[in-house]
Design a protein around this ligand. Sequence first.
Ligand SMILES: Nc1nc2c(ncn2[C@@H]2O[C@H](COP(=O)(O)OP(=O)(O)OP(=O)(O)O)[C@@H](O)[C@H]2O)c(=O)[nH]1
Ligand SMILES: [Mg+2]
Length: 349
Amino acid sequence: MFIDECTIKVTAGDGGRGCSSFRREKYEPMGGPNGGDGGRGGDVVLVGDENTNNLIDFKYKPHWKGERGEHGMGKDRHGREGKAAELRMPLGTIVTDEATGRVVAEVLEQGQRIVLCQGGNGGWGNTHFKSSTNRAPRRSNPGEIGESGTYRLVLKSIADVGLVGFPNAGKSSLTQRITRARPRTAAYPFTTLHPQIGVIDYPETYDRLLLADVPGLIAGASDNRGLGHRFLRHIERCTLLMFLIDMAGVDGREPGDDYQTLLDELGAYDAALLAKPRVVVANKMDLAAAAEHLAAFRGQHDVEVLPISCETQDGLTALKSTLRMRVEEMAAVPVAGAGDVNPINTDES
Ligand SMILES: Nc1nc2c(ncn2[C@@H]2O[C@H](COP(=O)(O)OP(=O)(O)OP(=O)(O)O)[C@@H](O)[C@H]2O)c(=O)[nH]1
Ligand SMILES: [Mg+2]
């Protein structure tokens, strides 16, 4: 199952208690205070993990706790620090504090560590309280309580190129052809039920692009027809959108209408998607009807169209280099929408 939103409850560990004790040895009367400090409680830490693209772990295990710090002990022994709770999150996870409704963190990079809740400090042992006037303090501090909270997680996958198209247009076939991902393909609509990310390799230059294969869109998706359009969040952060059109009209629709419908549905979800640069790709050019449809399409829409066939693999090399060129062009321009999310601990109201 694919989960891209859920709520978690986390609690960092409390600090350990400070200890109150006195040195006791044979022939050593009046030994001084020697109570150790409590250990710090374990933090709750988010760790970016590129090997997962799913929040399912958190759906089924919504409670996470940092370990309590160990209590201080006699003979000046300090308590051990509590172990942190490490939550391995897919890249692209946005974390909102339910109490304030504010975004507190965004996991973007492999290995990135974000402390979501801090463990409590350990309490002081009674050695800290000795002074010239009180040489036998009995006072020690309790540990601090660890921070806690309820957080909403929303995954918006990170990819350079997002695929947009009707069911059966060949999105997954194309993903199979140009990446190492192996999404299922079949001759019926809605084969793909959740987003999958594939890597397009450019061995000559060691470059790579991430491609997001998402479920198909249909007319009325914004009114929840088909799979709805909620999954479009997974292309929100793409630099470039690739519109894949079944140019042979295998399912009996007009390719030109398909393109318009896709634009309408994207706009209904979020107009910002229409502002993104796009590449229009005509698939299934190996089929007989395709050439004629392509000519008609070019008459209808004033966009550049790249003809390909996933079947014969024609045009795929050209497509790959176009994608790279367009993404690189955009890398020079600041991406709209990037930086909307504040990293943790920034102060702005
Ligand atoms: N003739 C021909 N058939 C193709 C081509 N590309 C894909 N197909 C076929 O079209 C059908 C649908 O392909 P998929 O890749 O599953 O389509 P999809 O867009 O991922 O579909 P959903 O996941 O259902 O949204 C499959 O039967 C493919 O074999 C092509 O270039 N030529
Ligand atoms: Mg598919």
